[in-house]
Design a protein around this ligand. Sequence first.
Ligand code: GLA
Length: 405
Amino acid sequence: MTTTWRLDELGDDLDPGRPRELSAALVATFERLHGVPPAGVFAAPGRVNLMGEHTDYNGGWCLPMALPHATYVAVRRRDDRRLTVTSLQQVGAFSIDLDGLDPASLRGWSSYPAGVVWLLEASGLRMPGMDLVIDSRVPVGAGLSSSAALECAVALAACAMAEVAVDAQMRRRLIDLCVRAEREIVGSPTGGMDQTAALLARPGEALLLDCLTGRTEGVSWSFPEASLLIVDTRAQHSLSDGQYGDRRAECARAAAALGLDLLREAPDLGVALRRLTDDILHRRVRHVFSENLRVGAAVRAIRGGEHRELGRLFTESHESLRDDFEVSCAELDLVVDTALVEGAYGARMTGGGFGGSAIVLVADAKLARVRAAVTSAFAERGFTRPAFVVATAAGAAAEVESLTR
Ligand code: GLA
């Protein structure tokens, strides 16, 4: 997804803004563009993943946490069947007729909102025409799930306009539908963790997700004297450029070679490794297997308040993603190495990799030091200046404002 993110407005930090203020500004923009106020404003959060990377499409476990950074959608029903979408992050609006819409003709960012509405209709829910105006505080390309936030916010807005109640069961349906929009219409073969976090997360908690059964469990996030620092390296990250799909295909090949549907089903790492001759598949399997174990260990560390152990697991996960799964990059490695030298408990890349963000678990007393050291290490290497934010655990997608309905 290409965009022009307004770095000048963000300054150095990834400011999530205040939902009420952002929503009020979006209502005013909607009114200016359409001459009438919207019927409501819906928001869905980005997420940061604490542990369990590239495990979701292998049927494994992961541990995402929703962020206060959200995508906001102001919406109003139309009397005809047109869908118009304006995004404050994109140049140019688009307008399409829902009758006769061919999803294969969708290109670029329009495939996210239009794809979701098309799939809602294809699933049997009659969609009215709608005007949507979108604003986002989830940075694009930062590995914090801007795509899922957009899909899920549009899904909630469209359901409201179609008068479809979104109860717990409908949220589960919307997760599947948004994942399908991303895979089948946008063309990014992602795994489902992001949409699950956006639609099911609870404030103050990380979400333990079993991707085989869909079972979720809240894990209360509280480290009184430590912070979870997100560092957006601003190195390019796109899930539809092939490397993510390559990793997914390698995992599928390894599972097939082991006679399994999903790598999660491998009962024993030693046995699996002895049966695989290919060195690359060897290393991919070793990552997935060890990463799944680290999710359980991370949950125990969080529940026990063991920040040193959680930090150790972060760093071990990074090494596995860097050496065995090969999805890190120079900028992500530099954040991790620098944070460790400055005395952080641990650090790892988060999300799909190949750029995007890293997370650092660090004592509050050392937070400023880590930040300054990472900034100057980036300057020395000639990398783009990174952006920082201390993560807090936000809740799931919801209606922010109900106006004229
Ligand atoms: C991206 C995908 C997720 C997941 C992560 C890696 O964020 O959207 O489904 O696979 O990468 O853990």
